[in-house]
Structures are given as structure tokens and as C-alpha cells.
Write a protein that binds this ligand. Structure first.
Ligand SMILES: [Zn+2]
Length: 285
């Protein structure tokens, strides 16, 4: 329903893609915060018994999909199905906001304890807001970069919607690859090793322009925020001399002078003004 509301799903075919995994994961951690692994494979497979959801096998896998009575993880599921198809009449109702929201309400009130109802409605609201904000961020890169321009103010967007949109825009721009070291890792649930780092922190700039962001793995995000490394205006890694020439610093020092892994499209490249600010105020010369 969220993917229909976001216009990510434009017909009744539901691909088993990263976007679906991401949405599922957000509901999962909201309802079961202590449980680390979500598994979309179970509902995705077993919904086929409910009469409105049919699995679309990969060519040659029709008999396998028809014969098995369970598929427990994403790897085997992806190997055997292309996706799933919703009943066309149901899809028609999901496209309309009123019926979609009515069904959402019924599902939530039927299957979840009352104390979870507000949480689940929140997740849905954030999902829709994040897409609206993402559209706005993607539009910004067509205009000249303005470091001091606050993009979102007041209560227009929820904090989670903003951070989700910024992360999705920046991480997608870099194809989930760390700009500094090139690592590209994802769990089967779709969690990426990289995050979207603000070059000029949000607390200073209130600027979520994708060009004020860079995709960095956990280690290099920390290194960047601590000022132990920076990205120069000509898009090379610069490593601070304060880390010294001692054992253990080598994995960072080898990156010095290397070109960064660029975003796939040049329009998402880090803004020189933002990089200059970081070199001036955060980087340890
Ligand atoms: Zn890295």
C-alpha cells in the first residue's frame, strides 16, 4: 500500500526489490525493535494462500514454485520468482487513497494490538512524506547549490521522513558504494553498509541538498566526521597527518590522494562550497 501511495508501484506487479525490502524493514523495526532480522521471504511467499496474491515464477521454475510449500529466505525466493501479482480489482482499490486508507485501518486494527496502532500509522505517514521530500531533494540538483539555504523548516516534514529521503537519495546516487574506500555491501534484507553523511552537518547548515551529502561506510563516516579525512575540491581523499605513521593507520593512509568513487550521475557530485567548509572547519590540518 505504501509503495502504491508513493507511486513506486504503477501496476499490480510487485517486484521483490530493495524498495519493498526497505519498507518492510521499517515496519518490522517499529513493531519488533529488539529482533534484529526481518524476513520478507515468509510473508511474500505465504500470501499466495490468501487469494489476492499470486507468485510469478521465473521461466523454467513454474513446477518448483508450484511444488514447494515453503521458502524461508530471500536467496532461494529470488532464484525462483520474478515477483508477485496482486488481484487487479484489489490493485484498483489500492490506487484510490480513500479505499487504501480504509483497508490500512482495517488491517492494523484487526492484526495488531491497540498500543501499536499509532506507530504503524506513523510509519505509513513517514513513508509517504519521505517520497515527497525526496522528490524535492532531487529537484534541487538542477539549481545552483546554496550552502546556507535551509530546505526544510518547521514541522513541514517529520525528522524521520527527512533523514529517510536524504539517505535514499544520496545512497542511491552512489549506488550504495562508499565514496572513500569503494566498499559496497548489503545484507540479504537490503541493509547497506553505507550511510549518507552530511558534508556540512545538518545542525549547522539545515541543508539536505544531495550535493551536501556523500555515501560513506561506517568507518569512513566516522573518519570524515572526526576530521581525520576529507574530500578535496578536486574529489580526492585527503588524510590528516594527525593520525601519524603508526601501525594500524595504514588502511586509512593508503586512501590518501586517491580519487573518490563518484556518484553515477555527475549532478549529484559533492558541492565545492560544502567540501571547502568541511576542509576549513572539520578537517584536522
Ligand atoms: Zn569506506
Amino acid at each position: 500500500m505504501d509503495l502504491v501511495a508513493q507511486e513506486h508501484l504503477r501496476d499490480a506487479f510487485v517486484p521483490l526489490d530493495d524498495r519493498l525490502l526497505e519498507e518492510f524493514e521499517r515496519y518490522w523495526v517499529s513493531v519488533l525493535p529488539g529482533r534484529r532480522t526481518s524476513d520478507l521471504a515468509l510473508p511474500y511467499f505465504h500470501l499466495k494462500s490468501d487469494g489476492f496474491w499470486s507468485l510469478v515464477p521465473r521461466p523454467g521454475m513454474e513446477q518448483v514454485v508450484a511444488a514447494v510449500d515453503q521458502i524461508r529466505s530471500l536467496g532461494p525466493l529470488r532464484a525462483s520468482v520474478l515477483g508477485a501479482r496482486l488481484d487487479p480489482n484489489l490493485f484498483h482499490l489500492l490506487v484510490q487513497r480513500d479505499t487504501r486508507n480504509a483497508l490500512r485501518q482495517v488491517l492494523i486494527e484487526t492484526y495488531f494490538a491497540p498500543d501499536l496502532w499509532p506507530t504503524l500509522l506513523d510509519v505509513a505517514q513517514i513513508a509517504v512524506q519521505s517520497v515527497a521530500y525526496e522528490t524535492r531533494l532531487r529537484g534541487l540538483v538542477r539549481q545552483p547549490f546554496a550552502l546556507q539555504e535551509a530546505i526544510a523548516t518547521g514541522l513541514e516534514y517529520r525528522v524521520e521522513a527527512r533523514s529517510t529521503a536524504f539517505r535514499r537519495t544520496v545512497v542511491t546516487a552512489y549506488n550504495a558504494t562508499c565514496a572513500m574506500c569503494g566498499v559496497r555491501l548489503k545484507t540479504p534484507e537490503g541493509r547497506a553498509a553505507v550511510a549518507a553523511a552530511h558534508i556540512v552537518p545538518w545542525s549547522v547548515s539545515h541543508n539536505d541538498d544531495p550535493r551536501n551529502g556523500v555515501a560513506l561506510c561506517g568507518l569512513h563516516h566516522w573518519t570524515f566526521d572526526q576530521g581525520l579525512a576529507a574530500i578535496t575540491i578536486d574529489l580526492r581523499v585527503r588524510v590528516s597527518t594527525v593520525i601519524g605513521d603508526v601501525e594500524g593507520t595504514q588502511p586509512l593512509r593508503v586512501l590518501s590522494g586517491r580519487g573518490i568513487h563518484h556518484p553515477t550521475e555527475a549532478k549529484f557530485q559533492p558541492a565545492p562550497d560544502a567540501l571547502a567548509w568541511h576542509l576549513e572547519h572539520v578537517f584536522r590540518r
